[in-house]
Design a protein around this ligand. Structure first.
Ligand code: PEP
Ligand code: MN
Length: 375
């Protein structure tokens, strides 16, 4: 499938594509005021949400169609192309009528292949760039599927946007970056430019600079950053939006400095190591959740804190099966035997327990156990 080189249409003299603008278009004054302050900061594309997919009803759900003209007018005044999110074919039609320059598909929409296909069908025969955010959940296949659907509709200028992933683990980020996913997308579809959206990864202003840096170190093609002229009074995502002055500082620090040669050596492995750091933090968070659950069990009373031999054996056996399935542990007894040499007494004891679990159907305290040999 033919695809236009990103550098021909949206790359800036900084060498990166910089998309900036408020989470939502709120008023004519707000989008114009924000655009005027952002325009001198090397912005390549002005963003602004018109229809906002909010988790709960009753919060600000976007200004709707009338905001398209405000967005376009702000773009004309500042000589910037403009972009907004579309979630249904009617949005596509309204954007085309308002001469919006670039569309994007949001994370919640990418999660639904039927919704993406409906948008793709409405784009058939139209020459407009489309940015596709990753789905909410860490599923590379869904992201690739959405890109394929839009490309099959004949769209040649397609951009992927990495905005982090929602997982069950509580984390310092609103959405975990899981760098290996965008890096894998790049190796599977090297022709697709990838932007990073640190605003939705971070959820607060705090880590936006370090995530932006990591994205550029990883060789991504640019950034999409939420910026509002009065972030504290924004009607959506107030905590994560930068003022235009903060945005300018970020571009100076992270983008321009990089071009001056402050770049790192081995970007891909740096980011993979960053991901390992994050996984280690998650392991710590999970262990602490586990400990607090155990404390609750203990608080239920003396009996609650005691575990029967049968329960304990079942816990060990199921964890062992899971470990073998994930190839964290060898499957054969010979392998377990090999591990015996040179290990500490505690390790040796636990290896003895594993061996016992593999062989026996009786727990050390004599209860019968319903475990199968997990090989
Ligand atoms: C947004 O860009 O404002 C937005 C809603 O993003 P996401 O789809 O990544 O949550
Ligand atoms: Mn937002």
């Amino acid at each position: 499938m033919e695809i236009d080189k990103f550098s021909n249409w949206l790359i800036h003299r900084t060498g990166k594509c910089l998309v900036a603008g408020p989470c939502s278009v709120e008023s004519e004054e707000q989008i114009l005021g924000t655009a005027k302050e952002l325009a001198p900061c090397d912005v390549t594309l002005l963003r602004g949400g018109i229809w906002k997919p909010r988790t709960r009803p009753g919060s600000f759900e976007g200004i709707g169609e009338k905001g398209l003209n405000w967005l376009k007018a702000a773009g004309r005044t500042t000589s910037l192309p403009v972009a907004t999110e579309v979630a249904i074919p009617a949005h596509v039609e309204q954007c085309l009528n308002a001469n919006i320059d670039v569309l994007w598909i949001g994370a919640r929409t990418t999660t639904s292949p039927i919704a993406v296909q409906a948008i793709a069908d409405s784009l058939a025969g139209i020459d407009i760039p489309v940015m596709i955010k990753n789905p909410m959940n860490p599923d590379l296949g869904l992201w690739i599927g959405a890109i394929e659907r839009v490309r099959r509709a004949g769209i040649k200028r397609v951009v992927a946007v990495h905005r982090g992933f929602s997982t069950h683990i509580r984390h310092k980020y609103r959405n975990q970056p899981l760098w290996s996913i965008p890096l894998e997308l790049r190796s599977r579809m090297p022709e697709i430019p990838i932007l990073c959206d640190p605003s939705h990864i971070c959820g607060t202003q705090q880590y936006i600079a370090s995530i932006s840096e990591a994205a550029l170190e990883a060789g991504l093609d640019g950034l999409m950053i939420e910026s509002h002229w009065r972030p504290e009074s924004a009607l959506s995502d107030p905590g994560q939006q930068l003022s235009p002055a903060q945005f300018a500082e970020l571009v100076g620090q992270v983008v321009r400095n990089r071009n001056l040669g402050v770049a790192s050596r081995n970007r891909e492995s740096d980011n993979l190591w960053r991901e390992i750091d994050e996984i280690d933090q998650d392991i710590g968070a999970l262990l602490s959740t586990r400990v607090s659950i155990l404390r609750k069990i203990e608080a239920d009373g003396a009996d609650g804190s005691r575990i029967s031999g049968k329960t304990w054996a079942n816990i060990c056996a199921t964890r062992l099966v899971a470990a073998v399935a994930k190839q964290l542990l060898g499957t054969g007894e010979s392998k377990l035997g090999e591990c015996d040499s040179g290990c500490t007494q505690t390790e040796a004891r636990s290896i003895e327990t594993r061996k016992w679990l593999l062989r026996s159907k009786t727990s050390p305290c004599g209860d019968s156990v319903t475990t199968e040999r997990p090989v």
